[in-house]
Design a protein around this ligand. Structure first.
Ligand code: WT7
Length: 634
């Protein structure tokens, strides 16, 4: 069977086969990879217990499929292009052969440090080639990588390192982002004060800034690589062996370490990459995400490499040295598929169009969006100015938990409409649930988005806490996977994601739980309690609004606001800083003591005349106070 869908009839045929004979459908796709032992069963699952296995009994190594498999015919083709932060620094093209060499050497470095199959390795690196090589080297020896976005603070880092008892941290002296230099090694040193599980730190050199070295613990990557052999045979992995852990926010303070396993993740990311981006051999593909997020895992590294693609990794930011940087890179490498986030599109759309018109962008064939709902204005700007009215836009809906894209148009095959992620990919059965927990059967409807049947790359568990996994995703609607998103469906069966229905807020495409932010704020000695809600923001999609009650009087509200944001930066990272802070003398609560966020959300949105019935509150009087305060302070 060929895996590339070229017509709507093929899409429909694939969709029904995947629905009616899922095992036959997925085994055909899996057969196109190299397995050192074939699987015993395609899929076994129990949606009630949240147990899934795909291709179990099969043995493979994802890096053999990402790299070695291509050495026959693509050894000298570029696998990765590294575009540095500064346009004055040259790009680096890494061929499949060179990638193989680098990953094998790195695998031997890891083994030399005593890392074995099943051990956890934390990777805290900027977007430099060493990041990709480290991820792949872990996968090659069977160590479980846990990439932690290099924008996270030292306490967020140590919490994640400890949660998975990582033995090794791979970092760099520093990182470049726009005109800033970030002291990553300093952040790691701080984090490791609380991480007894870590034996070694492997340090890549990027900024050549002065760093502190603990000789018994720290190893320069350069020295270790110089001594390492480049011969390494990939470790055969069971299909269900964990490949990686990636943290996402949840509605309690503790981040959830989503666990993805080997075989199903491999098959699904490869299949979706090929179809969603209509990737053809020789195409140059660029996803602007950071490898610290799932988008980078699945669609900078694994999906593209599994398809033998050329994938760009960009170290910098869209506005440095000017807002034309993305388009400069598109023309420079003649990018064919470009994948970014609505927040970047909105930020660039605000700038003068001359930053776009300077470039011809002729190479583009498909442009994509991910991370949050794309509003119609941004969609139209993207379609007209970047896609020149002719490139299909793939608005791809998915999650860290889903491993790969679940709902998206297929370019030049299935129809697209602005703001709709449109139709499910083959193998995906979305449903909408009404308020009573029943499936909405009519085509047109609005409800909570759930998925009915497992797909190969569904997360298998939360690291160390299967109960929480079950509880979070499989308990609200027994028998279904609950996404946490609301959605509507039109009469053509197309889905439009309307946003989170839980305590997660998507800010600039980053998934932020309100609980960890509130926990951080509440640590301040003058603060009694806080509640965070989102409100619409022109560029970020949503921004954060904090309602904060104090223990006593505050002398300098401005200073306290600053202190709150500093605390958030230190505990989580600058991405979680609040745009607005309002001090209140109480928070609206239900009689059982739960904060009524619905009311706060409306006030934050500037919609406070429309609060609905508040008479059942424990303390309705605070609402008036908060309403007045919000008008004064904002
Ligand atoms: C949440 C998942 C998937 C990679 C990046 C984010 C929102 C994601 C879309 C989209 C509307 C979207 C959802 C989802 N989201 N893509 N195309 N349209 N919303 O991964 O950090 O796990 O966040 O992002 O709310 O649940 P994540």
């Amino acid at each position: 069977m060929k895996t590339k869908i070229n017509t709507i009839q093929e899409y429909e045929a694939n969709f029904s086969k995947a629905k009616n004979q899922p095992e036959l459908f997925w085994q055909d796709i899996a057969s196109q990879f190299e397995w050192s032992k074939k699987w015993d069963s395609v899929c076994e699952f129990n949606m009630y217990e949240a147990e899934f296995s795909w291709f179990s009994g099969g043995k493979t190594n994802i890096t053999e499929n990402c790299i070695d498999r291509h050495l026959k015919d693509k050894a000298n083709q570029t696998a990765l292009i590294f575009e540095p932060n500064s346009p004055n620094e040259s790009a680096i093209h890494i061929t499949y052969k060179e990638l193989h060499h680098r990953v094998c050497k790195m695998a031997n470095v890891l083994l030399g440090l005593g890392i074995k199959k099943g051990d956890r390795v934390a990777i805290y690196l900027p977007m430099i080639p060493e990041l990709s090589v480290s991820v792949l080297a872990c996968a090659r020896i069977g160590a479980i990588h846990s990439v932690i976005f290099a924008g996270f603070s030292s306490s967020a880092l140590s919490a994640r390192i400890n949660d998975a008892s990582c033995k090794l941290v791979i970092t760099s002296d520093g990182g470049f982002r726009g005109n800033k230099t970030i002291d990553l090694k300093g952040i790691v040193d701080q984090a490791l004060k609380d991480c007894p599980c870590v034996n070694n730190v492997l340090v890549a050199e990027r900024t050549n800034t002065e760093i502190n070295i603990i000789p018994s613990r720290d190893v320069f990557l350069r020295d270790a690589l110089a001594k390492a052999s480049d011969l390494h045979l990939a470790q055969p992995m069971d299909s269900e062996d964990p490949l990686f852990i990636l943290y996402t926010s949840g509605s309690t303070g503790k981040p959830k370490g989503m666990v993805h396993t080997t075989g199903g993740y491999m098959v699904y990311t490869a299949y979706t990459f090929k179809n969603v981006f209509a990737y053809e051999p020789g195409d140059i593909y660029w996803c602007t995400a950071d490898i610290g997020w799932i988008t980078g895992h699945s669609y900078i590294l694994y999906g593209p490499l599994l398809n033998g693609a050329t994938s760009i990794m960009f170290e910098g930011i869209p506005t440095y040295p000017n807002p034309g940087r993305f388009w400069d890179i598109v023309d420079k490498f003649k990018v064919n598929q470009f994948y970014t986030a609505p927040t970047a599109i909105r930020a660039l759309a605000k700038e003068s169009l001359s930053h776009v018109t300077k470039y011809n962008l002729k190479s583009l064939k498909v442009i994509g969006s991910v991370g949050e709902p794309i509003n119609e204005e941004a969609w139209t700007w993207y379609h007209k100015n970047i896609g020149k009215g002719k490139c299909p836009i793939v608005d791809t809906w998915w999650q860290t938990e889903t491993g790969g894209i679940l709902i998206s148009p297929i370019p030049n095959v299935s129809p697209q409409i602005p703001t709709y992620a449109t139709t499910p990919l083959p193998g995906i059965q979305p449903v909408l649930m009404d308020d009573y927990g029943t499936e909405i059967k009519e085509l047109k409807g609005e409800g909570r988005l759930c998925i009915k049947y497992p797909w190969p790359s569904i997360a298998r568990t939360i690291w160390g806490n299967h109960e929480r996994y079950k509880e979070t995703y499989f308990s609200a609607y027994p028998g279904y996977y609950f996404t946490g998103d609301g959605a509507l469906r039109n009469t053509n069966g197309m889905y439009r994601i309307t946003g989170r229905v839980d305590d997660v807020i998507i800010v600039s495409g980053h998934n932020l739980g309100t609980a960890p932010i509130e926990d951080a704020i509440n640590e301040h000695s003058e603060i009694a309690e806080s509640a965070i809600v989102g409100f619409p923001h022109e560029i970020k999609g949503n921004a954060l609004y904090g309602f904060v009650t104090l223990k006593g009087n505050v002398e300098s509200p401005e200073k306290l606001k600053e202190a709150i944001n500093k605390l958030i930066s230190a505990k989580i990272g600058p991405i979680a800083k609040l745009d607005k802070i309002q001090f209140t003398n109480g928070l609206p609560k239900t009689r059982s003591g739960k904060i009524m966020r619905r009311i706060l959300r409306k006030i934050a949105e500037g919609n406070s005349d429309n609060l609905g019935d508040i008479s059942t509150l424990l303390n309705p009087e605070v609402v008036e106070h908060i309403k007045n305060g919000s008008k004064q302070s904002n």
